[in-house]
Ligand binder design. Structure first.
Ligand SMILES: [Mn+2]
Length: 479
């Protein structure tokens, strides 16, 4: 049986559940998990079903123990569950469980519907997101749900599954979104905020595509545009990328490529941009990538319901979500600035295969992952350099790890150094194994995530030992 057939069977089993049942939905708090939840909420409302939803940062055993005390008979886990399936099987043994996930597998126990592409040899890291799995499930419940494909694409963008286009199941889901008229794909500048930010601000904040002398430098950005002969103003306001004439856009692209001359793939700044045509031009919810960032912010701030409201088209909740994200962005910018000033390894490109951002007491656990992402994409490291961020979260050490991508501005001579594919989740799992060995006990540390973005939680009192293990592991890789 293939993935599609299995998903159809799971949906058929779900559809047969009595409507008197209140379904227990549990989803992840990132953009993908929030998108998955919105898809399921929409599908359940359309099907006249009752549900209770909880959005969680991670599915820890204690939480499953809490769920086990509830009266609910049917549980649906979105964008998580596969990594905790042993606990789920044990603690929710007498309940009906559906897992709609794309994370790596722990086990494949009987009696649980585990809709996960990895069960069928499909790469859940690249080819489909948690929202994508929820979408396929919802579409199997009713063809009417085909118009939710756009939400699955927002989720996939949130999980950074897009790389100049989509592959595999994501590609098919995008086709559904385009076919239903809820999404348009255009060629454009792939800078974050192209819809909403004034042009000079867009370039100043270009963290994804580092432009020397322009990124992080407002007057540098203004001077750069002036030198290109591009007028910054439009009437009484600022010009945005969308306002540029074809010729100005050409000049701008050529100018940026010239500035990024060491870059291996200078054309990377141009590529597909995913637009929600029904959203107002200039709004944060018109560009799907920006929408995903809005959702991530909501989730990390513990306001996932605002994100779900925005996805379901609630104007009031969208406004509130936007207000939250403004505060969140400020926090991130402050944390990035702090990191640039205080983490010395950043000044030595290509020198270390791991950069450690020790944000304990300074950077909030809600933003450390985003900060690690931004730093990893700042263009100052050779491909594959790992960026590990740590922050304290009550009695836990929150760990986030990312790696510098190919298009990060790595210089040609550094290109081959860290070429081998490094699975970050496996790396952290190995570190935790080392930690447990050194500590002489199971420290209860937990790992989750993917090859390209992973995280862990470690008891705070083990922080120093953990950092030591990270350094030893990282050094061992290069030998
Ligand atoms: Mn996901």
């Amino acid at each position: 049986m293939g993935f599609a057939d299995y998903c159809r069977q799971a949906a058929a089993s779900f559809a047969a559940l009595p409507r008197t049942e209140t379904l227990r939905l549990v989803s992840h708090h990132d953009a993908d998990g929030i998108s998955a939840a919105a898809i399921m909420v929409s599908a359940l409302l359309r099907d006249n079903r009752r549900y209770a939803l909880t959005i969680v940062p991670q599915l820890r055993r204690e939480l499953i123990e809490q769920f086990a005390k509830e009266q609910h008979q049917v549980f649906v886990f979105c964008d998580l569950g596969s990594g905790q399936i042993e606990d789920i099987r044990e603690l929710l043994a007498d309940r009906q469980v559906y897992i709609l996930d794309h994370h790596e597998l722990q086990a494949r126990p009987e009696g649980i519907w585990q809709v996960n592409p990895h069960c069928f040899g499909i790469d859940g890291g690249k080819e489909i997101s948690g929202a994508g799995v929820a979408y396929l499930f919802a579409r199997d419940l009713s063809a009417q749900n085909k118009d939710l494909a756009v939400i699955a694409i927002i989720g996939a963008l949130g999980d950074i599954q897009e790389d100049k286009g989509f592959t595999g199941l994501n590609k098919a889901i995008l086709a559904d979104a385009v076919a239903t008229g809820t999404m348009e794909v255009q060629q454009g500048l792939r800078f974050f905020g192209a819809q909403t930010r004034p042009l000079h601000k867009l370039l100043e904040y270009s963290m994804d595509y580092y432009i020397p002398g322009v990124s992080g430098n407002e007057s540098g950005a203004i001077q750069f545009l002036t030198e290109l002969g591009i007028d910054l103003r439009k009437g009484s306001g600022w010009k945005k990328a969308a306002d540029l004439s074809k010729d100005d856009m050409k000049d701008l692209v050529a100018g940026i490529i010239l500035r990024r001359h060491g870059e291996q793939h200078p054309e990377d700044i141009i590529g597909p941009v995913y637009i929600l045509p029904q959203q107002k031009p200039g709004s944060s919810t018109r560009d799907a990538r920006e929408f995903a960032t809005l959702l991530n912010a909501c989730g990390r701030l513990g306001k996932a319901s605002l994100g779900i409201g925005a996805l379901l088209g609630d104007k009031h909740l969208t406004m509130r979500a936007l207000r939250e994200v403004t505060i969140y962005r400020k926090k991130i910018m402050e944390a990035v600035r702090w990191t640039e000033e205080h983490v010395p390894a950043i000044e030595r490109p290509g020198d270390a295969n791991i950069i450690i951002i020790d944000g304990r007491g300074v950077i909030g656990h809600t933003v450390i992952g985003t900060v690690a992402s931004i730093i990893s994409r700042s263009g100052r490291f050779s491909e594959g350099t790992m960026v590990l961020g740590i922050a304290d979260q009550e009695k836990l050490l929150k760990v986030s790890i990312r790696k510098a991508p190919r298009n990060s501005g790595s210089r040609p001579e550094e290109e081959s150094k860290h070429k081998e594919e490094r699975n970050l989740r496996e790396f952290l799992a190995a570190v935790i194994a080392d930690l447990n060995a050194k500590a002489g006990e199971d420290t209860q540390a937990e790992v989750g995530g993917h090859a390209n973005a992973a995280g862990a939680q470690v008891p705070l009192e083990r922080a120093e030992l953990f950092v030591e293990c990270v350094k030893e592991r990282a050094e061992a890789i290069d030998r």
